[in-house]
Design a protein around this ligand. Structure first.
Ligand code: NAG
Ligand code: NAG
Length: 388
């Protein structure tokens, strides 16, 4: 008796509550629908881990990739040998190192170990890119500057299979002379061994042509059964493609596994880089990192606003293709006194425990301390950011 009376009373109440709640949910979040809530990242604390220890290497723009066995693969840009703190004149456009995963509670300087002698490239220049240095006799330069680490698509018994997408940029100073195509490199280690670097080879030269987006060259994230691959659009935003990991060891070198996000849907035809409807709203091609946060059940972009700052922005999306929230400033790092004071604001999900409760960030700052003319000295501060 009492129970049915209570139910009778509650039924209209429930109807009223639903009537209030549903239009509210749609009004607040019309595109996300009632099951998606917008994520608002709030910083709880930031902790300095000093500068990355690169040993006797002077280099910038390092990014990280989780390898197996608790190891982290780092890929960096222009690298010089330091002698008594002074950079030499020989430039190597990209180099790689190993580190461990830092403690989430005890801040300490993180050391990047480089088993190979100075001078070894990670991604070799191709035969038409003024090999081996990339520096041409006319003073121009081909660079292989990675924006992001290789995408790990398959971990097997002690080994790792990964792919790196490299834009083929031809520079005069810092001016890009060409419309870059993008080469796919295969990065493989059949048995994880940090006394050597993985083997790296050109898998498909110019996998993306000069009039296509360099998918995978800006950011990559492997989530579920897909590798999501982001590239810069001519408008300075990001476009995304995805590849199902169904080829041998999740290989990314067959276009049969690819789809492209165009005009709000996934399609199997690769668009031209000037096609309408490929740029994702609220994204930026300034160097950054995309990862999946288990805490927020969201894709997360963390990146900067470019020269000359070390301002860090965060943006989230319920799916890899968006909708992305407008970037929120959450941290401003120190800048140097070099001519390019700071840049390469990136995040390092590979250095975390995967909970999403915290993230590590680094940036590059340049110091004008070198009178020899071989350029600035680089520092890369490492900071842990804990989220509310
Ligand atoms: C994208 O950013 C604009 C502001 O620039 C904002 O009005 C819009 O809501 C953002 N999109 C999402 C999904 O948050
Ligand atoms: C730049 O900063 C470094 C480190 O603080 C300092 O040693 C150097 O003298 C500065 N250079 C100039 C030109 O001010």
């Amino acid at each position: 008796m009492r129970r049915s009376f209570a139910l009778r009373l509650m039924a209209p109440l429930r109807a009223i509550l639903l009537a209030i709640a549903f239009p509210l949910a749609f009004a607040i979040s019309p595109r996300l629908g009632p099951t998606r809530r917008a994520v608002t990242p709030i910083v709880k604390a930031t902790t300095s881990y000093g500068n990355l220890n690169n040993g006797d290497l002077n280099r910038d723009s390092c990014t990280s990739t989780l390898w197996s066995g608790g190891n982290v693969l780092w890929t960096c840009r222009d690298t010089q040998l330091l002698t008594n703190g002074v950079p030499g004149f020989t430039l190597v456009a990209n180099t790689a190192s190993w580190s461990t995963i830092p403690s989430a509670t005890q801040p300490a300087v993180l050391t990047l170990n480089s088993p190979e002698p100075f001078g070894t490239f990670f991604y070799l220049m191709e035969s038409d890119e003024c090999p081996t240095s990339g520096e041409c006799s006319d003073g121009t330069r081909w660079v292989g500057w990675p924006n992001t680490g290789p995408a790990v698509v398959y971990n097997f018994d002690g080994g790792v299979n990964a792919y790196g997408f490299m834009q083929r940029q031809h520079l005069s100073g810092l001016t890009v002379l060409n419309s870059p195509s993008t080469t796919l490199y295969h990065v493989l280690q059949t048995t994880v061994d940090t006394s050597v670097m993985p083997s790296v080879s050109v898998d498909v030269s110019q996998f993306w042509s000069a009039d296509q987006i360099g998918y995978g060259s800006a950011c990559t994230v492997v989530q579920g059964s897909y590798a999501y691959l982001y590239g810069a659009t001519p408008s300075g935003q990001l476009a995304v493609a995805r590849s199902t990991l169904t080829e041998f060891l999740g290989a990314l070198d067959s276009k049969n596994t690819y789809e492209y996000y165009v005009n709000g849907e996934w399609t199997t035809t690769a668009p031209a880089n000037n096609a309408a409807g490929i740029a994702l709203e609220n994204t930026s091609d300034v160097q950054g990192t995309i990862y999946y946060s288990n805490k927020w059940e969201s894709f997360v972009w963390i990146g900067g606003d470019g020269f000359p700052d070390a301002n860090f922005y965060i943006s989230t999306a319920p799916a890899a293709e968006g909708p992305w929230t407008a970037g929120q400033l959450f941290y401003s790092g120190a800048v140097g006194n070099g001519s390019l004071p700071a840049y390469s604001a990136v995040a390092h999900p590979a250095l975390t425990d995967g909970t999403g409760d915290y993230i590590f960030i680094t940036w590059t700052l340049t110091l004008d301390t070198n009178p020899t003319g071989s350029g600035p000295v680089y520092q890369q501060p490492l900071v842990r950011v804990d989220w509310e």
